[in-house]
Design a protein around this ligand. Sequence first.
Ligand code: F3S
Length: 390
Amino acid sequence: MDLAKEEQEMLSGRHGNAVRSSMNLLVSLGEIFGAKRLIDISSVQIAGVSYHNLGEAGLDYLSDLAKDGKVKVLTTLNPAGMDMENWKALGIPEDFAEKQIRVIEAFRKMGVVTTCTCTPYFVGNSPPSGSHVAWSESSAVCYANSVLGLKTNREGGPSALASALTGKTPEFGMHLDANRQAKVVIDVEAAMKTIPDFGALGHVIGNRIGNKVPLIRGVKKASVEQLKSFCASIATYGGTALFHMYGITPGKTAVPEEKISVSREDIDNARAEMTDGKDPDFIAIGCPHLSLKEVGEVAELLRGKHVKKEMWICMARPVMKDAEKRGWIKDIEESGAKIACDTCMVVAPIKGRFNVLATDSAKGCFYGRGKNDFKTIILSIPELIEEATK
Ligand code: F3S
């Protein structure tokens, strides 16, 4: 790789140990993927924050970097294994909490904004369209590339942190316009209305195209919330980091020859596939983390009602603070539902505590089964609240 003088100095250790090892990692990655150079990035989002994933080795790695590492660009975190303030109410064991706090402290020492969310674009980590960034969480990466017009590969936790500590990333993959062209057209013949519909659409397309970039036609309109759910689903079931949605997302692409159509039957089958349980004992909303508008909707539906099952409402802490000022958090908590900031029903260590998860998230169904061995049910937000309060 062709390194500038400053980058060579970073690699030589002149800027400290954390920068040296980060540079080493980025240059190795660049060489593996055929990058010709490093480019500047303006924002980072780091996944792999839960102590559940990191373990003791990961915590040591972070503590070591925190000795002399400082982030060079705005950096936020993906959800952690627990609500950093309300963890006792969510039933998180004390020894886990102690480790998770040390993880977050190591990030804080490096200058990371320790807001833990998979929707960084709702909390101020949202650079101008066209910017190169280094984000990790798959739904956020897909949303960044497709909806926000940013350019990012799907980084692993260590490579995202290395980019934060150097302000650089190797130029390959989604950073190059040639790789952002659609390879397959998806004609959607079914009307898309609810969030589970968009989750099911991501399920169908992801399963059929893997990580190819699609041009999706036929979706008449889609809200921010529906797009975030679609991003989570298509990235989970397929792995693509970018899609073009005709008339809705900002990217430009030529129209490829390969064409696939998606019918109402396909959507209904995908929804049926995501439901293999009944009588849920755990209801979770907020995968990806809720927008302020969604929190308002949940609060309105829960106002004056009583929740009879364990119910988590997941969101970023700054979104919760905004909702609190509007009285919505009080409405939710008075119903008996629990607010879960900084975490979610997938990354929290809750395996074995519940049997059947009901959620509006296609991604939540996938990981609820795969990671936590739950049976799952996919429903819309009003249906989930009815289920929780009946
Ligand atoms: Fe976010 Fe957790 Fe879902 S990280 S996308 S809420 S699995």
